[in-house]
Write a protein that binds this ligand. Sequence first.
Ligand SMILES: *Cc1c(COP(=O)(O)O)cnc(C)c1O
Length: 378
Amino acid sequence: MKRRYLMTPGPSPVPAVIREALATEIMHHRTDEFIEILKETNEGLKYVFCTKNPVLTLASSGTGAMEAAVTNFFSAKDKVLVIVGGKFGERWAEITKSYGLDVVQMDVALGESPTVEGVKKMLDANKDIKGIFTTLCETSTATVFDIKGIASLTKDKNILLTVDAISGLGQDALLTDEWGVDVVITGSQKGFMLPPGLAFMSVSEKAKGFIKTSTLPKYYFSLAKALKSYEKNDTPFTPAVNLIMGLKISIDLIKKDGIENMWANFRKMSLAAQEAAKALGLEVFSKHPSSSLTAIVAPSGINAKDVVKKMRKEYGVSIAAGQGELEQKIFRIAHMGWINGQDLMMCFSLLEKVLRDCGYTNFKLGASVAKLQEVIYG
Ligand SMILES: *Cc1c(COP(=O)(O)O)cnc(C)c1O
């Protein structure tokens, strides 16, 4: 039997204290005891999201909240700008088109971040744009987008800014209220150190106004209903009770570390992983690397999928291959949630072995680990 090591950008590892909380005896959700827990997690989520606005907890994976953002804030034929720089930008385009929105798409080269001037140009050319859908960390290319810059264009206008921060939240800095981001979405299985199954979504005052005018159909994901229950620390439907018990512990852990310290710590891990890749003579794929994961270009002649497969098969270490056209070209190593510097050292030491087994020998054994030691612990 092999131990399993998750170094993937979701699901990410779950610490024992959270696993224990998940295993507590199930309690009924319409009780004072559970309402107390929801009250605490509702407050705690505001801290993690850097907002004073409500943060809803939904029983779905992250994509459920993405769909809810489209159906609750907009109506068919509304013109929206969708920024596409990889697989998850594409997901916004697919959802908005599915619901008949009038989609203006801004394509960004893979591994690049949209420029504020570029976004401004799109808004200037399309005066009737009602909303922008974008991504904090485009996980498919491990690229962080300039959300602060984009928010500066929408902050004082009646344009709703919705950010998919599913992989980025907790690692890449995101000052929701200070920057003026209206809607921030994440899921439980990445920075929150929880199993998959919960989605979270912050809703600004501006966003509440958009809910009032939206005419797209919704039922399970009615945010009006969810907000009404939220005011009473309740949920419209049966919540994922035990995941929320785990969430309570997750928030405690995050508060103990401090969100700003987490951003600094993951920034350092990202820089260390980039340096470690370079020490192996490899190229970092992204031009604006995220703090949540690092995408590394496979050596020429070596299929990234083989590296990923060997890591899992030989050593039980899960890393991710590329997606779409990058599938065979890059592999991605996550540093989010519970993943720490020791995990990175373990992962890179085995990566060295696997690269050698694949026939790439253009580095000194231990070179990447030495770099990690230097940057993280030096
Ligand atoms: C993981 C991820 C998603 C998908 O979320 P699900 O929980 O699988 O629905 C969406 N966007 C980004 C940026 C992600 O990294």
